[in-house]
Design a protein around this ligand. Structure first.
Ligand SMILES: [Mg+2]
Length: 119
């Protein structure tokens, strides 16, 4: 697994972004880009070309599903959302999401999923 991969963390909660960043840093990753809404996420994706996107679904301006429709087949996107309905999870997979973690999550779940996605 390439720990030098650039990871875009998209979540409108600054606290959630920090939690995810801390978990990832603890696992040895060090290149992070953050954004707080879907529009910013699309702009940062274009500018930074991350190798992995951690994507929240419920975000202002442009939501995560719309982001996924635009970039889901171009980059590995792991959805991390409080939305746990099967229908939504299925829809994200149809748009290219490589995995889905339901909040609240624990550290191990996040690392396990990312390891799976990147190997
Ligand atoms: Mg949100």
């Amino acid at each position: 697994m390439d720990k030098n991969i650039k990871i875009l963390i998209a979540d409108d909660s600054a606290f959630m972004r920090k939690v995810l960043k801390d978990i990832l840093a603890g696992a040895g990753f060090s290149k992070f880009v953050e954004c707080g809404d879907g529009k910013e996420c699309l702009a940062k994706y274009e500018a930074e070309k991350p190798g992995l996107v951690l994507l929240d679904i419920i975000m202002p301006v442009v939501d995560g599903m719309e982001v996924l429709k635009k970039i889901g087949t171009a980059v590995k996107v792991l959805v991390i959302s409080a939305v746990g309905q099967d229908k939504i999870i299925e829809e994200t997979k149809q748009h290219g999401a490589v995995g889905y973690i339901v909040k609240p999550f624990d550290r191990k779940k996040v690392i396990d999923e990312i390891t799976k996605v990147l190997s």
